[in-house]
Design a protein around this ligand. Sequence first.
Ligand code: PEP
Ligand code: MN
Length: 360
Amino acid sequence: MENSPALRNWLDTMNLSHPLVIAGPCSAETEKQVLDIAHELKDTDVSYYRAGIWKPRTRPGNFEGVGAIGLKWLQRVQEETGLKTAIEVANKNHVDLALEHNVDLLWIGARSTVSPFIVQEIAEALEGTDKIVLIKNPVNPDLSLWLGAVERLHKSNIKNLGVIHRGFSTYEKSKYRNIPEWQLAIELQTRFPDLPLINDPSHITGKRDMVFDVSQTALDLNFDGLMIETHCDPENAWSDAAQQVTPAKLVQMMQDLKIRKETDQETEYNTILSNCRAQIDIIDNQLIETLGKRMKVADEIGQLKKQRNVAVLQTNRWNAILGKMILEGESKGLSEEFVLKLFKAIHQESINHQEKIINR
Ligand code: PEP
Ligand code: MN
């Protein structure tokens, strides 16, 4: 699949002066709930009204969505508010019903993107459609699965595509419901700079109080839009109650978010920017050089260990290095999380080197 400016046609023709906003409840619950929220979101920055009709629940027994009846409620939303509508589809039957009921935007959920069979089924059911189709990242941090889904839909001649970054599940303790792993979204954006990229801060954070900050980070990283779960009575929502915000809160957030320009032609800004970038290039080269040197020393240690038949990994020594570096890092304004990740990667590379030497 080639990157092409045509990928963003559907978004560009909307001519928005702000990021694309998709908002609405996690789940459609009742006709009244769907319409009440929609009326509150009418005449705001919201372009698409989202509502889950079929809910993929990790465990059975939770609310699994109202089903096809919700599509009729969304038609009323279109008629009464002029908002366009968006739902999640997870199989051919969902797609057929959504198209029959004139839903404007369909998205593939995180639990579906992990399955090439499901993605292929949906792609075939949507063949040639001019509806907008957005693909959420897979639950696990696997860029190829995400790209693969984009490619399958593109091959089915679906032109109006985009992706939604909703974070990734992790076993590690985290303040997020799904850790953002921003670098994965950035990598996707680097491969397909014209593919519209939407952020879903609701599913990343899992907590309404954190939604604003993640939205701001997304805008700082040049995301094209936001999908934010919105409910008139969030505390009593039938799904994802902790992460939904009220329509009033959403409107306030849209006012408070700082929208960054992609670039600026002003000369002084550009001079300072190129100067800083030149410094970064030099420092990056030094980093690689220093890492190379460190690895040479690790190789020497590997030789010594081989002569003495000593194991590659000495846990005590490693823990001492980590503890020291976390403290050093802190004094330089580096987070513990970053220092840990960095040194784990360096350590792994040293182990790989020493393993090779010992087994030579
Ligand atoms: C949702 O958008 O309500 C949803 C189920 O999202 P995800 O697929 O990201 O979990
Ligand atoms: Mn949800």
